[in-house]
Design a protein around this ligand. Structure first.
Ligand SMILES: [Zn+2]
Length: 270
């Protein structure tokens, strides 16, 4: 599943490998994968553009291009990017192919077909994707206990729902939110504003630990070069309903909170 650690790994791979390289052409296989502009404009705009950088904002991959353009890629649940030899056989889940020099393709794939890409001038892209409304990044060095305390203090909503709201905090997906609350020993059904300073500190530290461990283990998906990450073995409770809690042995419970699958230990999360 593509959450922030998986996206961050691809961004770092792109920054190492693709900066300075030029897109020769873009080939749209699944027209629905182009969020905007039109497919024709998308391919015209991308021709002969050089990638200047690779960044991440929440789950968006942002690639500044020559000609003052920005290419945005969003993986949704299961999308990813793969850098492969141009002659490699084409899988049915390919959405878009960017052809590069040295006979390499950057392939945008998603077995569910929900992943999307868009291109345009940076300010138009930011407006259409609402990038300026996103909250602080959980992986940013500036994300401190004070920042989290401030973001939670104004919110009466349920903690799990608040943590998944990217306008409040950018960086937590469903899996990483559940794992962080388990690590911090905090019940996901609590009101966000009810956390004590000590609990906010534990939650902050848990979020930072969960995200950084995910990155250190190279995520749960394959990286840009097809190497499989090891983080799938790290999960303590996510999608482990009925299994014993690794900390206390109580069976993990499942509940839906704000339409999202949620997993927690009823004994050691308060
Ligand atoms: Zn437990």
């Amino acid at each position: 599943m593509a959450e922030v650690p998986e996206v961050e790994i691809i961004v770092r791979d792109l920054r190492e490998t693709m900066v300075g390289r030029t897109i020769r052409s873009a080939e749209v296989i699944q027209p629905a994968a182009v969020r905007f502009p039109t497919v024709d404009e998308f391919t015209t705009l991308l021709k002969d553009r050089t990638i200047l950088d690779a960044r991440r904002r929440a789950k968006y991959i942002l690639l500044p291009l020559s000609g003052d353009l920005l290419l945005a890629v969003h993986f949704a649940l299961w999308g990813t990017l793969m850098l492969v030899p141009a002659e490699q056989s084409r899988l049915p889940e390919i959405l878009i192919i960017w052809h590069f020099d040295q006979e390499q393709d950057l392939r945008f794939v998603d077995k569910l077909g929900y992943a999307r890409a868009a291109v345009g001038p940076p300010e138009i892209l930011a407006e259409k994707l609402d990038l300026n409304s996103l909250g602080p990044e959980a992986l940013d060095p500036d994300f401190t206990v004070d920042v989290l305390a401030h973001q939670l203090s104004k919110r009466r909503g349920v903690l799990k729902t608040v943590l998944l709201n990217q306008r409040i905090l950018a960086g937590l997906g469903n899996r990483d939110a559940d794992e962080s609350m388990w690590l911090a020993g905090i019940d996901p059904r609590r009101s966000a504003s009810s956390l004590t300073r000590e609990e906010v500190t534990r939650l902050h530290d848990a979020i930072v630990q969960v995200l950084n461990e995910g990155i250190a283990l190279r995520g749960t998906q394959r990286d840009l070069f097809g190497r499989k990450g090891q983080a799938i073995h790290r999960r303590n409770i996510f999608e482990k309903t009925g299994e014993p809690c690794p900390r206390c042995g109580t069976r993990i419970k499942y509940v839906r909170i704000g339409s999202r699958n949620t997993h927690y230990c009823p004994n050691c999360q308060h």
